[in-house]
Ligand binder design. Structure first.
Ligand code: G6P
Length: 494
């Protein structure tokens, strides 16, 4: 176990969102997303200052009261940490989040643009980059620099695609700072990045290489990144050590697959509220349950998943009334037209299946659109088949979480384009996300698999996740920071 570190964590979405309750009191709600859970143990074991965007009106009030300083917060479990909220200009934030980060970068990195029709890189896009993405990144960089002034020895830990330019801006002012960046989504191959005009794609790659460590979930995304660096910049990438040389500096590029906290999942799965949710699912389910749990994101490939299920029902009339697909979908990024349209497409595709097959007493596809994590965990325990057919996905934690607590030796049907497939592929039924016929067959194979085989596969996945848990992920990254610090030649503060 390594000593206590001084860390500056930087992510767009912070660990809490402030609000007012009905009596007018300020409350801090836990922020959404897996990152917060993943980084919780950092807060428990190290001195963390977390820099994030002010999201709610109350966040902005908190940021204004703090006068460009951090406030003291307490994590669940009692660990103290410092939180610095950055209030951006609302229009700049809109361009940054709703135009550049999502959909532009997200769609590139998940190969979601159908290039014959979209995107148009027009003045609006350039404007959103210059007046949105860059200024918001500058605000983050300024906050990081202020914190580094306070703690020059602290390591900075950027997260994700919202912050590609910030490391360049920090590096300019703090050439010796220790900077790391984790990219939680796929990295597309060089040709696809050419959707973006040269100065923008260059700024993205230069920004990441301004870090000492750049990490991805899989070797596949890392490899693409190394190729892109060589293709787009005048740098040397070493494909065996996975280091990139930029003049006199190095950036170490690493593959560190994220995981979950198995103990936490065990506890949640056994909690009273999850047991109650599970009872409700068990009371309504037919003999076989096919589950999917996703955000309503085009990268998740929900519509093709429904189509595959329709093909399965077509081919297997003997299973009518004996099977149900339960789709628990968290509505996501609805201010972005592409996302709002995709939610509509999901609803229409579900309607097609139910209109074709529904009978008195049997709803073949139960579509529930809401954010209910505890219900999802209850469903994790109940599935016979878990369908994860993402078009591309950085990791996909559902594929790790659900088999961990599943009580029916359910089978994982897993897209070959998820990060999770690099680790779990041997024990899953692999599908090509575009091949709906193949997915229909995989559903059949999963539902007819012998009990012993189902058990062997599920237990292997659960054992893998227990062994390679979130604590291991964090430790690997701290070791990467040590390695980078050694290269920089200064001893790590303990
Ligand atoms: C997904 C991705 C994360 C990303 C997050 C942002 O969970 O896997 O890498 O940071 O989306 O979500 P948001 O709701 O903030 O747009």
């Amino acid at each position: 176990m390594v000593g206590r570190r001084k860390l500056i964590v930087v992510s767009n979405r912070g660990p809490v969102i402030h609000d007012r309750d009905t009596s007018g009191e300020r409350v801090a709600r836990r922020g959404g997303g897996g990152l917060v859970t993943a980084l919780r143990s950092l807060v428990e074991h190290h001195d963390v200052t977390w820099i994030a965007s002010a999201m709610s009106d109350e966040d902005r009030v908190v940021a204004a009261e703090a006068e460009e300083e951090a406030i003291e917060e307490t994590a669940r479990g009692g660990a103290p940490y410092r939180l610095r909220l950055v209030a951006h200009d609302p229009s700049a934030y809109d361009w940054y989040y709703n135009v550049i980060a999502n959909p532009m970068l997200w769609f590139i990195q998940h190969y979601l643009w159908g290039l014959a029709a979209a995107p148009d890189v027009d003045h609006g896009l350039h404007h959103a980059w210059n007046e949105g993405y860059v200024p918001v990144n500058r605000n983050f960089a300024d906050a990081v620099l202020a914190e580094l002034e306070r703690e020059p020895e602290a390591a900075v830990f950027f997260h994700d695609y919202h912050l590609y330019v910030a490391p360049t801006l920090v590096r300019e002012q703090a050439p010796h700072a220790l900077l790391a960046h984790f990219v939680h989504i796929p990295w597309a191959m060089p040709e696809y990045w050419r959707v973006l005009p040269e100065p923008i794609r260059r700024a993205v790659h230069e920004g990441l290489l301004a870090n000492d460590v750049v990490s991805f979930h899989t070797q596949r995304w890392r490899q693409n990144f190394l190729r892109c660096c060589e293709d787009m910049l005048d740098v040397e990438a070493d494909f065996s050590t996975c280091d990139v040389r930029i003049g006199e500096r190095f950036a170490c590029v690493r593959a560190r697959p994220i995981s979950v906290d198995p103990q936490e999942f065990d506890e949640v799965a056994g909690s009273e509220i999850v047991l109650a949710e599970e009872e409700a699912i068990a009371a309504g389910r037919p003999e076989f349950l096919i589950l999917r749990v996703d955000r309503t994101d085009p990268s998740k490939n929900v519509v093709r998943g429904f189509r595959a299920y329709e093909l399965y029902l077509d081919a297997h009339p003997e299973m009518h009334e004996r099977v149900q697909m339960l789709a628990l979908l968290d509505p996501s990024r609805q201010d972005i037209p592409e996302y709002a349209e995709y939610l509509g497409a999901i609803q229409r595709a579900a309607r097609v299946v139910n209109d074709r097959f529904q009978r008195e007493g049997w709803v073949p596809l139960d579509l529930q659109i809401r954010d209910n994590f505890l219900q999802a965990v209850a469903a994790y325990k109940q599935f016979d088949v878990l369908l994860v057919n993402a078009i591309f996905d950085g990791m996909n934690l559902v594929a790790k979480e659900a088999p961990l607590v599943n009580a029916r030796d359910g089978v994982l049907v897993l897209s070959e384009n998820t990060g999770a497939h690099e680790e779990l592929g041997d024990w899953a039924l692999t599908v090509n996300p575009f091949d709906v016929a193949g997915q229909a067959e995989a559903i059949h194979e999963a539902l007819t698999m012998a009990a012993g085989e189902r058990r062997r596969r599920r237990e292997a996945i659960a054992a893998h996740v227990r062994e390679h848990d979130i604590a291991g992920w964090i430790e690997a990254q701290l070791a990467d920071l040590d390695e980078a610090r050694e290269r920089l030649g200064s001893p790590l503060s303990a």
